[in-house]
Design a binder for this molecule. Structure first.
Ligand code: SF4
Length: 173
């Protein structure tokens, strides 16, 4: 069992998402070979990038990234080559998602979304109980805390946000 905080975090996410995956088994089309959400512009905090660097060094040094247009970590069969160590965002995609955000008038609005492959018209995501959705927010905050603890001097971007690393940029060029 790894003591790495990020690995423990991923394990907790898997434990928390498992009941949702079970509850939504009939609607979820997510399986090996489906790469609909494996887009090319995914970026992660360095704490997750470092986990991939440490555990998949050979792939990053000698492997070829998937051609542009999809995630660099996909193989020819559309499977993830770092599945066990895939980032947080990859562990929740496909589930019904909910989050709250302020609109222009300062009202707090709840939003819902799901991969179009997992839409079931007779059981719309907007009608689900909140507990049947993955709520964005708490895990993202925890991830930011892990990033802050990981970097002695966390790198901040121009927008004042913690810097992120593009998955494609992890491959040696
Ligand atoms: S890291 Fe793996 S699961 Fe995540 S987007 Fe890339 S191929 Fe898909």
């Amino acid at each position: 069992m790894s003591d790495e905080p990020i690995v423990r975090f991923h394990r907790v996410i898997d434990e928390l998402t498992l009941p949702l995956e079970t509850r939504h088994r009939e609607r979820l089309q997510c399986r090996r070979g489906c790469s609909a959400c494996c887009v090319d512009d995914i970026s992660v905090y360095d704490v997750e990038a470092e986990c991939i660097r440490q555990r998949h060094g050979e792939l990053l040094r000698s492997g070829e990234p998937h051609e542009p247009g999809a995630c660099a970590f996909l193989d020819e069969e559309g499977a993830c080559r770092i599945y066990e160590d895939r980032p947080y965002v990859c562990r929740t995609q496909g589930l019904p998602l909910r989050w709250v955000a302020e609109n222009h008038d300062g009202e707090v609005i709840e939003h819902r979304d799901i991969c179009e492959l997992n839409v079931v018209p007779e059981r719309a995501v907007v009608d689900l109980d909140p507990n049947d959705c993955w709520s964005l927010g708490p895990a993202e905050i925890k991830l930011q805390q892990l990033e802050a603890a990981h970097e002695e001097t966390p790198q901040m971007g121009d927008s004042g946000q913690l810097c992120r690393v593009r998955l494609r940029d992890l491959f040696a060029l």
